[in-house]
Design a protein around this ligand. Structure first.
Ligand code: RP5
Length: 167
């Protein structure tokens, strides 16, 4: 029996309620053949787990961490404070402020601790998966080829369907 490849990207989120957004990051990683792991890690509800996860991530072989959170979205920044791995932050749409709160919480990092912040919601999660694959692809030719094929297919599909009216 073949064993599962070890995860190269960690996809974490502050709550189970973030999954409908964050699953788009996982879908992109799976499409591009990047092994990933998923886990709920809350900056506020499980701070000790956050520290353990971030501190151990590089040693476990992760190359990138994608962290999604909504509202007072401190997860990406706090993870970034505990690891030198690249951290991509996905602002999850909040009920009260539609994710503007999440975006500002994630993007306004102090100089010296970096979080690569993506767009609010599904597009941000999708692009976090894509960007993480691009980082992994720097050292993995198969993943790089998968990213290039995805981009070429996307371009072809737009060019093949120039009529904006519905079918
Ligand atoms: C954040 O609070 C989570 O990332 C989530 O987006 C938001 C609401 O969490 P729940 O109350 O739905 O668990 O920590």
């Amino acid at each position: 029996m073949q064993s599962e490849p070890s995860p190269k990207v960690g996809v974490i989120m502050g709550s189970k309620s973030d999954w409908p957004v964050m699953e788009h990051a996982v879908a992109m990683l799976e499409r591009l053949g990047v092994p990933c792991e998923t886990r709920v890690v809350s900056a506020h509800r499980t701070p000790d787990l956050l520290f353990d996860y971030a501190k151990g991530a590089a040693e476990r072989g992760l190359q990138v961490i994608i962290a999604g959170a909504g509202g007072a979205a401190h997860l990406p920044g706090m993870v970034a404070s505990q690891t030198a791995l690249p951290v991509l932050g996905v602002p999850v749409e909040s009920k009260a402020l539609k994710g503007l709160d999440s975006l500002l919480s994630i993007v306004q990092m102090p100089g010296g601790i970096a979080v690569g912040t993506l767009a609010i919601g599904k597009a941000g999660a999708t692009n976090a998966g894509l960007l993480a694959a691009q980082v992994v692809g720097l050292q993995d030719a198969e993943v790089r080829a998968a990213v290039e094929a995805f981009r070429a297919e996307q371009t072809r599909s737009v060019l093949d369907n120039p009529d904006p009216r519905p079918d």
